[in-house]
Design a protein around this ligand. Sequence first.
Ligand SMILES: [Zn+2]
Length: 438
Amino acid sequence: MTANNTCIIMPQWLLTLEDEQLLSDHAVVIKEDRIVDILSAQAAQNKYSTAEHVHLPKQVLMPGLINCHGHTAMNLFKGMADDLPLMTWLEEHIWPAEGQWVSPEFVADGTKIGIAEMLRSGTTCYSDMYFYPEVAADTAAELGMRAICYGPILDFPTPYGTGPEDYIEKIITAHNHFKHHSLVDIGFGPHAPYTVSDEPLTNIRTLAEQLNIPIQIHLHETEFEVADAQQKTGMRPSERLSKLGFLGPDVQAVHVTQVADTDIQLFKESNTHVIHCPESNLKLASGFCPTHKLQQAGINVALGTDGSASNNDLDMLGEMRSAALIAKAVANDASALPALEAIKMATINGAKALGKEDQIGSIKVGKQADLISIDLNEIASAPVYDPISHIVYTATRQQVDHVWVAGNLQVKNKQLCHMNETQLVELAQQWADKIQAK
Ligand SMILES: [Zn+2]
C-alpha cells in the first residue's frame, strides 16, 4: 500500500500493549503515518468499506520492536573478531579496524545493510551510537526507518573528529539539520565514563538541556570498568556521573551489569533509563544485568542488541528471549520477567527510554503506525495456547512477515519491499573482502 491510503489490518490476534492486552477478531486501521482506529473486524469492514484490506489469518499483530542500543554500521565487522574479552576485543581489533576503515561510505553501507536486517526481523525503530551520525541518519531517513543516531564523544581523536569539542560541535550541527525530521533524531553519545573526562561530560549535560538532545552512554559494562574507576577516582562510575549532575530522565545507561544498591538508588532518583543488551554481555562475558531487581526498584529497563560485532545479530526477538531466560537465572526465580514483560521491554519501555512514548511502543489511536506481524502458523509455534508466550519463547525472526514503519509497508510476506536483499548481501561481502585483503 502507499502511505496515503487507508488500510485495514485484520490479524488473528492483536497485541496492543494498551489496556486490552490481547484481542481477537479485531482490526487496526491506519491512514498515512498513523493508527486511526481499533475496532472489531466486522465493524471495520462496514465503516471502511473502500479501504485496502490486509488479512493476517494466522498472525499476531503487535507494535514494532524498538532496538535501544547498537552500532549499526559495525555489522561490516560481523564475525571479524570473536571469543575475546571486551578490552582485548576493543583495543586490539575493533579500534584499529575502525581507525583504518570507518568513513562516511562505510557508515552509509553498513547502516543500510543493518537496517535491512532489522526490518526483516521486526525492528521499526533503533538507536545507534556511531561515527558520522549525520550519514547514518540520512541513510535511515532515505530508507524510511525510524532512528535516533547518537554521535560518539571520546577524549581521543578518531577519523570522525579531533576530540570532545569537535565531536560535540559536529553533533550539534547534525542535530540542527534533523531536528524537524519526522523519522530521525540526533543525540549525544559519550562513549563511556572511562573514555570521556569530567569537562566534556559537564558540557554535554548543559548542552543537552539547552538544546533538548538525548544522551546515551555505556555504563558499568564490566567489573573491570567499575574497579578501575574506583582506583582512579575513588568513586564508582555512576557516583561520578551523579556528582557531575549528569544522570537524568534524558539519559540511557547501556549495559549496567555491575550494580550495587547505591547505583540503583542513583538511577532511580535521577529517572535514568537502563538499556539491557543480554547477548552482547554474554558474548563478551561482561556480566549480567539484574533486570528484575532494577524493575522492582521502579527503573525503566529497555532492550538493545548492541553492535553486530559483539552479538552477532540485530535480532530483537532473540534478544527478548535471552533477556527473559537470563532474568530468571539471575533472580533465581522462574517468575522473573514473564513473557509479557519481556515484550514490553522490547517495545513500550524502549519508547519511554528514547523519549518517544507518545508516538510509538504500543498500538493506540493517534500513535505512529509502526506495526509488525508474526506468523504463528509454523511447526515451531504449534499449537498456540497463548500468542504472548510464543512471541517470546518460540518465534524466530524468520516468522516476522509484515512490517510497517510510519504506515509505510517495509516488509510484505517476509520480503523487503524497498530494498534488494541479494544486492545488500553482495555489498557486505565486498566490504569483508576489502577488509580481509589488508
Ligand atoms: Zn555498545
